[in-house]
Design a protein around this ligand. Structure first.
Ligand SMILES: *Cc1c(COP(=O)(O)O)cnc(C)c1O
Length: 363
């Protein structure tokens, strides 16, 4: 097709919504015009059709396979983004007179704590607020009578990541929005996992929730139907109209992930990308990574330049060279490069070369 616009070469470091595989975009585009040779767009099929039921079934089966989940864990695709889980979790798991333990290690966890307080008592077992969340607290105790322990595996804004998880007998609940499917871990250890799709799983508009049956049905409060995990389990994530297109994009991304080699391969790729970036940052004194070394994230890399003038200049260099989404979150400043599964190594190579050149000019 002739076009008057050349496609710009961009390197997409957006923190979310973010980069997805090219083939996912192509397949999703095609499905908008003609879904599975049905003559219908994915946007106009009923969610109770076999056509869509197959999408939902395959997406859930792929999540089970890729995460190696046991049969006690249910897989749900729900509306509302991860922020809805901040309150849906305590609404379903925390009685008025009971308490839940929370780890306060970043902006998102803080929001989860605020919502949980609406439903019961919250015990913040540790916090890294004292240093603007640039590290992961360690060596804290978790009360054995808490209903659950909530943590954030990767702090998207601050660029920290949990590389070990506490040993506790109480149910573990994790917000994995920004590092799900990016590294191997024993997902069966968690009683509830949630993740907004727009970072590593697919398009915005849907949440992946993995929940273990045995923690449900224990709160006394009546639950609105749409907020009750058990209702969604019983109805196979089809309690009402699901976000059809978003679920389909998840399916395409999950297929891509599986045929690319699964989580193990993603972990290798992500390590290669983040090591290259951190090594470059560590070798150039002009750039200063903000996170303690042992807690660095392989997904979101955050750094500053200690001169506002040079920060502006480097940002301009990035922009000129097709770097997108590299500006840091307003609460941290500086820069943030998000290296989600679908970001090619090449993008990090181009970025680190720009850093080398910039440091040489200003060194
Ligand atoms: C992006 C993000 C959220 C918020 O997700 P929404 O889908 O916008 O509600 C919550 N937690 C973490 C860790 C995130 O990265």
């Amino acid at each position: 097709m002739a076009t008057t616009h050349e496609t710009k070469v961009v390197h997409n470091f957006n923190s979310g919504p973010s980069v997805l595989p090219r083939e996912v975009f192509e397949q999703a585009s095609h499905a908008i015009l003609d879904f599975n040779h049905s003559g219908l767009s994915i946007l106009e099929i009923g969610h109770r059709t076999t056509l869509f039921q197959e999408v939902m079934d395959e997406a859930r089966a792929l999540v089970r396979e890729i995460m190696q989940l046991d049969s006690d864990h249910e897989i749900l695709f729900l509306h509302g983004g991860a922020s809805t889980q901040f309150f849906q979790v305590p609404m379903n798991l925390l009685n008025d007179n009971a308490r839940a333990a929370y780890l306060d290690c970043g902006t998102w966890g803080t929001k989860a704590i605020k919502e949980a307080k609406i439903f019961g008592q919250v015990d913040v077992v540790a916090s890294s607020k004292d240093r603007n969340y640039c590290y992961i607290p360690k060596g804290y105790g978790i009360p054995g009578d808490a209903s659950y322990f909530h943590l954030t595996t990767n702090n998207t804004i601050e660029g920290t990541q949990m590389h070990a998880f506490p040993d506790t007998a109480i149910p573990l609940v994790a917000d994995m929005s920004s590092d799900i499917l990016s590294r191997s871990m024993d997902f069966n250890r968690f009683s509830l996992i949630y993740a907004g799709a727009q970072k590593n799983i697919g398009a915005a508009g849907v949440n992946l929730v993995v929940v273990k049956n045995d923690i449900l049905g224990k709160v006394k409060r009546p639950l609105p139907t749409m907020m009750d995990y058990r209702q969604h389990v019983q109805n196979g994530s089809m309690l009402n109209t699901p976000p059809v297109f978003s679920v389909y994009v998840c399916l395409l991304t999950l297929r891509w992930l599986k045929h690319s080699g699964g989580i193990r391969e993603m972990e290798k790729r992500n390590a290669r990308k983040s090591e290259l970036l951190y090594d470059t940052l560590d070798s150039l004194p002009l750039f200063r990574p903000t996170v303690d070394k042992e807690d660095r994230s392989s997904m979101n890399v955050v750094w500053v330049i200690d001169s506002p003038e040079l920060e502006r200049e480097f940002l301009a260099v990035c922009k000129e060279n097709g770097m997108v989404g590299i500006r840091g979150h307003r609460s941290v400043g500086g820069f943030r490069a998000s290296l989600y599964n679908a970001l090619p190594l090449e993008s990090v190579e181009v970025l680190t070369q720009l850093m080398q050149d910039f440091a040489q000019r200003h060194g």
